[in-house]
Write a protein that binds this ligand. Structure first.
Ligand code: GTP
Ligand code: MG
Length: 442
């Protein structure tokens, strides 16, 4: 089954804790603090991999967890960093936030995005040495890593996409022009998932063409296999609208309009996408009839007037009427002409500075913060000190009872409880935030 959507749980690694240690050497009775820093936690990173077709991988393994950083040690030894978890996803994968807004678009092969950043390693006690405190017993807990639930969605990228009723020969055409071998059979809905093929137009020019399941009237409301696959057409630069030379002209026009309406219902922008009309199965009519058929079709399409499908339909330069490219997938006739037309009309890829800037932005993208990346937690002999807590100002105005409650709530919502347990929270400790010190017990 083709998976184009998956919910993932990305948990970056926690930073390692800073160590409390003192130098012990012969003849140095009171060695200085030598607790090393913890290593940073690993991050969760997605990378666009052209060899992947869909999101089945992540769908089956949705828990993406990066390694925790290691704690610092004595003798100023820094803990090693947690390993990043790097997950390959298909090119065209988008990451959505809670509001279904696209926050990352891995549209180019090799593009990557860090979706959960590892926590920073905690400072060891040697960093807390001051002129008045030569032997600090304070060290920092490692920071928490980001922890997000995100939705991945795949919208395939293709230069051109085949469009048409079921059983009209779309897959046959893709087999003819590309390296892809989608199944062909004489019944509707043979194709049940999108297939991408690479078309060699010239030695140095390749384009991708996508075959999707046939569309029916009502597709935009979910009839047939429609709705699921309309989304994949969204990012095709050109639509190859296939019509059938075996049908009377009026029926072909009806079919053309029916498909067009579905695109319009689904998305206005899609209905005006540049479009090339391909007339398949010309082997079914005699040579002489072909030109007549092509002309009649062009006239009839033109007579449809101002429908959005015709706004960007490719037109014959001489007549100004919609271009119709006749082909036969059985005999191969017309296929070379179709390929050369594609070479002319499919836009060359261009990397604009704007596109590059956009890509760069995605690479450093960081989802909205739920965690506590800017919070630092130091532990000492009596408990912990939390630096950077958003409640620091509020606490100044609270009485003792309210402050104790506010701190407990803060610890809970910022997911700091495990740290405070490690600091001895089960027996009761003191939590210091700003000028305030409150008792805390898990
Ligand atoms: N005579 C003739 N038959 C064709 C031609 N192209 C395709 N066919 C036949 O039409 C039937 C359907 O072809 P497919 O390529 O599976 O059609 P499709 O549009 O991909 O169909 P779905 O995937 O079901 O939407 C098959 O039996 C093909 O052999 C053609 O140019 N001439
Ligand atoms: Mg097919």
């Amino acid at each position: 089954m083709f998976s184009d959507r998956a919910t993932i749980y990305a948990a970056a690694g926690r930073g390692g804790d800073g160590a409390v240690a003192f130098r012990r050497e012969k003849f140095v009775p009171r060695g200085g603090p030598s607790g090393g820093d913890g290593g940073d936690g690993g991050s969760v990173i997605l990378v666009a991999d052209p060899s992947l077709r869909d999101l089945t991988n992540v769908r089956n393994n949705p828990h993406l967890k990066a390694e925790d950083g290691h704690s610092g040690e004595g003798s100023n030894r820094t803990g090693s960093m947690g390993l990043d978890t790097i997950i390959p996803v298909p090119v065209g994968t988008q990451v959505l936030d809670d509001d279904e807004v696209v926050i990352v678009d891995l549209a180019a092969p090799g593009a990557s995005a860090t979706i959960a950043h590892g926590g920073h390693g905690g400072s060891g006690n040697r960093r807390f040495r001051t002129s008045v405190r030569q032997a600090p017993r304070t060290a920092e807990f490692g920071g928490l890593g980001d922890d997000y639930t995100l939705v991945l969605q795949l919208k395939l990228l293709a230069d051109a996409a085949l469009l048409g009723f079921p059983n009209i020969g779309k897959s046959s055409l893709l087999r003819r022009i590309s390296n892809a071998k989608p199944k062909v059979a004489d019944y509707p809905f043979t194709t049940i998932e999108p297939v991408l093929g690479i078309v060699d137009l010239a030695v140095d020019r390749q384009i991708t063409v996508m075959d999707v399941p046939g569309l029916l009237e009502g597709a935009a409301e979910g009839h047939g296999l429609g709705l699921d696959f309309l989304a994949h057409l969204e990012r095709a630069k050109l639509l190859l609208h296939v019509v059938d030379a075996g049908l009377p002209v009026e029926e072909s026009i009806e079919a053309f309009v029916a498909i067009h309406r579905e695109l319009e219902l689904y998305q206005e922008d899609l209905s005006t996408r540049p479009r090339l009309v391909v007339l398949n199965r010309i082997d079914l009519s005699g040579e002489a009839d072909r030109d007549v058929l092509v002309n009649e079709l062009a006239e009839a399409l033109d007579a449809l007037g101002d429908i959005s499908a015709l706004r960007n339909v490719l037109r014959d330069e001489a007549t100004g009427k919609p271009s119709i490219v006749p082909v036969s997938c059985v005999t191969g006739e017309g296929v070379p002409e179709l390929m050369s037309t594609l070479g002319r009309v499919v836009p060359e890829p261009e990397i604009t500075p704007a596109a590059e800037a956009e890509l760069a932005q995605y690479l450093v993208y960081r989802p909205g913060r739920s965690g506590s990346a800017n919070v630092r937690v130091l532990r000492d002999e009596t408990g912990v000190r939390i630096i950077g807590a958003t409640i620091e100002e509020d606490l100044k105005r609270m009485d003792d009872e309210a402050a104790t409650q506010a701190v407990a709530h803060y610890v809970e919502t910022r997911r700091l409880t495990p740290l405070l347990v490690r600091a001895g929270g089960k027996n009761g400790i003191i939590v210091k935030i700003g000028d305030r010190e409150v008792p805390y017990r898990v």
